[in-house]
Ligand binder design. Structure first.
Ligand code: FES
Length: 106
């Protein structure tokens, strides 16, 4: 699926993400600014925080309670569209997804 990542600077990166890959890994593989993923996807850091475009929020599987809890710890402001990138696994259904990266992860 093609995912559009938008860095806090406004720089846009359209990335072809393989099915089964999560958004944190996809962004790291491309070396994008604004993605850290310190715990490697273990739901223990919140440095993979991102904002999904508003109209996508309802189309993604809802965050599990563990993700909700970790979203309390984001460095940048938590918004209704906040998600942890490591918890969003890409499939064909997410083709066209737009993800905004926050200004800070620490
Ligand atoms: Fe640590 Fe997502 S990479 S919570």
């Amino acid at each position: 699926a093609t995912v559009l990542f938008v860095e806090a600077s406004g720089a846009e990166h359209r990335i072809d993400v393989p099915t089964g890959e999560n958004l944190m890994r996809a962004a790291l593989n491309e070396g994008l600014e604004g993605m850290v993923g310190e715990c490697g996807g273990g739901l223990a850091c919140a440095t993979c925080h991102c904002y999904v475009e508003e109209d996508w929020a309802d189309r993604l599987p809802a965050p599990a309670q563990t993700e909700q809890d970790m979203l309390e710890c984001t460095a940048s402001e938590r918004r209704p569209s906040s998600r942890l990138g490591c918890q969003i696994v890409v499939s064909d259904a997410l083709d066209g997804l737009v993800v905004h990266l926050p200004a800070a992860q620490y």
